[in-house]
Design a binder for this molecule. Structure first.
Ligand code: AHR
Length: 539
């Protein structure tokens, strides 16, 4: 069945009037609904920070080189060496931040290698070259350094978040980097050096990570050892502006969510004055030790990935509970600075694109479920960064030479943009959970997942139907408000494995979805395996 007729048949099955019109229709005879959703905008709570929809980009495989950096002399359309399409598409989803330069790369990176005349920059060792055939790429050319990174941030309007080198760098090297970036020209010599390299204005970088995965590739440390090093790195931190300092947090996808790291770190910080603004949480929906594939999967494998993705909520709750013991006022918030699906190797997008993988509709639904969880925990999370934006694990884009494609994940970022700066609206979803069969055995999962937020008179509602079998008719009711207009968009495809490829770039993309209004109710039918966004005008 073609995509258009799939959507139309789904809409008719749900009893909605499928006119294709964007406007909701009044007076349509209500069809029975499977799921009732009640929204209470008058009880709206915390604001959804735009920083939840942030990015992580690392010097790894095809992420920076080829993906983002094509070079100033490239025939590929670019802005000062940065792929223009990447900039344009990220601006279109209001990308709020980039975490850079790693990842495991960060703790081997020496920032001075990436400044000064491009042809004089050294070729250096990249942590990832051990996994990457050197004939294709791997050795670090340092053509993309901090000035190029800041140019990317300026072009996209995103906030920079720099991960410092704790694993193999010194405190002085780190502080020099901060001074180079943030001191006003005409003050420190390092600031004048920055100006001589083309940037008179300070970079004003607020977010600084003190290492990355210090329990692993970032230093193989015990949490108490890291706490000591953390204090060494932050005590004399050059304060040119109010900075936000981020400590390495747990490996959240470990079976016990790595709460031992969290406890050990905060034990090590007990009674000390050093500030910890952010505590990094990594959560990979990690299938590296399995036979799962990114592009081809069975029905149980679909549910396994979504269920394991949703378990990020347990990693948040379990680690938060430990943090509460040490920091009851919660001065420290989570920075979920690496999250996404990670399948076993073997499906790389291009030669040398280490840990890149195809992205399907399954990854898109996982994205929506993850964002809903971030919204629910808006009190605990200050920022999140998808790993990684392009040519990697849970990517929004795939690019190779002059080819570029938006993945289904990109469109979820587009749908959820409506939540940025909205206040979380309590949402009650009726009905039981559904029984599904995952690879691990029978399991339960919600019939419908979702979240809602309000900004002035606009209510944004995002809903996911994870079922591979059936559409779901939904009736939304607003407590204390009427709806004067409703619009809906959907991301779905009849093939659960649908992906956008260089050959077929637009197989999965957004479509309008019929929505009806009757009195205080809004009705919409969620196609099977879909993410739906509604924008409701209230009166
Ligand atoms: O995103 C890929 C890698 O995963 C990062 O470099 C590292 O921090 C994590 O283990």
């Amino acid at each position: 069945m073609k995509r258009r007729s799939f959507l139309k048949s789904v809409a008719l099955a749900g009893g909605a009037a499928a006119t294709g019109s964007l406007r909701a229709q009044r007076g349509v005879v209500p069809a029975p609904s499977d799921t009732e959703i009640t929204l209470r905008p008058h009880l709206a709570g915390l604001t959804i920070s735009p920083q939840f929809y942030g990015h992580f980009i690392e010097h790894l495989g095809g992420v920076i080189y080829d993906g983002i950096w094509v070079g100033r002399d490239s025939k590929i359309p670019n802005v000062n060496g940065i792929r223009r399409q990447f900039i344009d598409d990220l601006k279109a989803v209001s990308a709020p931040n980039f975490r850079w330069p790693g990842g495991c790369f960060a703790d081997g990176y020496h920032w001075r290698d990436g400044i000064g005349p491009a042809d004089k920059r050294p070729r250096t060792y990249n942590y990832w070259q051990q996994n990457t055939p050197q004939e294709v790429r791997g050795i670090e050319t340092n053509q993309f350094g901090v000035h190029e990174f800041m140019n990317l941030c300026r072009q996209t309007g995103a906030e920079p978040y720099v991960a410092g080198n704790v694993g193999s760098g010194t405190v002085k090297e780190f502080h020099d980097w901060v001074n180079y970036c943030n001191a006003p020209a005409g003050t420190l010599s390092l600031a004048d050096e920055r100006a001589a390299n083309g940037d008179q204005e300070p970079f004003k970088i607020k977010y600084w990570g003190i290492g990355n995965e210090s329990w692993g590739c970032g230093g193989d440390m015990a949490p108490e050892e890291y706490a000591q090093l953390y204090r060494d790195f932050v005590t004399q931190f050059p304060n040119h502006l109010p900075a936000f300092l981020i400590a390495t947090g747990p490996r959240g996808h470990s079976l016990d969510h790595d709460v031992g790291w969290t406890r050990g770190f905060f034990e090590g910080m007990k009674g000390r004055k050093s500030r910890v603004d952010g505590f990094s949480l990594h959560y990979y929906t990690d299938f590296r030790q399995t036979k799962f594939q990114a592009a081809k999967f069975s029905v149980p494998e679909w549910y396994s990935v979504l269920l394991k993705g949703m378990a990020i909520e347990n990693a948040i709750l379990d680690n938060w509970a430990v943090m509460t013991e040490f920091d009851p006022q919660h001065q420290t918030k989570f920075i979920v600075d690496e999250w996404g699906n990670w399948y076993p190797p073997g499906e790389e997008i291009a030669p040398g694109f280490t840990i890149s993988q195809p992205i399907t509709l399954r990854d898109a639904l996982h994205t929506a479920l993850t964002f809903d969880i971030f919204h629910r925990h808006a009190d605990k999370i200050a920022m999140a960064n998808v790993a990684q934006t392009i040519n990697c694990l849970h990517s929004l884009f795939l690019a190779h030479e002059d080819k570029f494609v938006r993945t289904p994940v990109y469109y979820v970022f587009q749908l959820y943009q409506a939540h940025m700066n909205g206040r979380v609206v309590p949402m009650e979803i009726s009905g039981d959970q559904q029984s599904v069969t995952a690879v691990e055995g029978p399991a339960k999962m919600p019939l419908v997942c979702g979240s809602a937020s309000v900004k002035g008179a606009a209510l944004a509602v995002t809903l996911t139907n994870p079922s591979l079998d059936s559409p779901r008719a939904v009736r939304l009711q607003l407590d204390g408000a009427n709806v004067s207009e409703a619009k809906a968009q959907v991301l779905t495809h009849e093939d659960r494995q649908a992906a956008n490829t260089f050959a077929v770039p637009n197989l999965v993309s957004l479509a309008n979805l019929p929505v009806t209004m009757d009195g205080a109710y809004v009705r919409v039918t969620l196609p099977k395996q879909s993410v739906v966004s509604l924008i409701l005008r209230t009166s």
